[in-house]
Design a protein around this ligand. Structure first.
Ligand code: S3P
Length: 171
């Protein structure tokens, strides 16, 4: 089986959908942010604050090279900026989870741990800048995606079912 790579903006629900996919399939899941945090033994927030975004992006690059060589048959969820990796399409089938920016914010804010969710994402600290980032990235995400799933007002379970159905044509 080919890898499935989940891309999409911060807070769109990549982690929640990944957890549902592994419950209902033979895939195991890994997450690029988790890999980076264990490599550095630091949270993403600390990496941004202490070492800067450029260092974080270099770590994403290192992870992308490692994934392409070493990982198969896995659902890979990625940080919202990971899609910039040149070898993204060589790692696996690219699945975009998408929703309008306002709906993503609503989703984050309705979570019991909303404050924590916002705080752990340095690029969401300024909502105006985050919206601009979303607008810049959306066409790039759409361009790269083999499959697009609109997650707006859908449960993670329903998104995972849609994903597993749609990837059948690719893996
Ligand atoms: C980022 C998204 C974050 C994390 C980092 C940068 C981005 O991951 O990788 O804060 O550039 O969009 P999530 O998409 O899981 O929030």
């Amino acid at each position: 089986m080919k890898n499935i790579i989940l891309i999409g903006f911060m807070g769109v629900g990549k982690g929640s959908v990944a957890r549902e996919v592994i419950k209902h399939s033979d895939y195991l899941a890994i997450d690029t942010d988790d890999l980076i945090e264990s490599m550095e033994n630091k949270t993403i927030k600390k990496i941004f604050a202490q070492d800067g975004e450029e260092h974080f992006r270099a770590l994403e690059k290192k992870v992308s090279v490692w994934l392409q060589t070493n990982v198969n048959s896995t659902l890979i969820s990625t940080g919202g900026g990971f899609y910039k990796q040149e070898n993204l399409k060589d790692i696996g089938v690219v699945v975009l989870l998408n929703s309008p920016f306002e709906k993503i914010l609503q989703r984050i804010n309705s979570h019991p741990n909303a404050v924590k969710k916002l705080k752990k994402r340095p690029l969401l600290s300024d909502l105006k800048a985050a919206k601009e980032l979303y607008n810049t990235r959306l066409p790039e995400y759409l361009d790269l995606a083999d499959i697009v799933i609109d997650v707006t007002d859908k449960s993670a379970f329903d998104c995972s079912k849609e994903l597993l159905q749609k990837v059948k044509d690719y893996v």
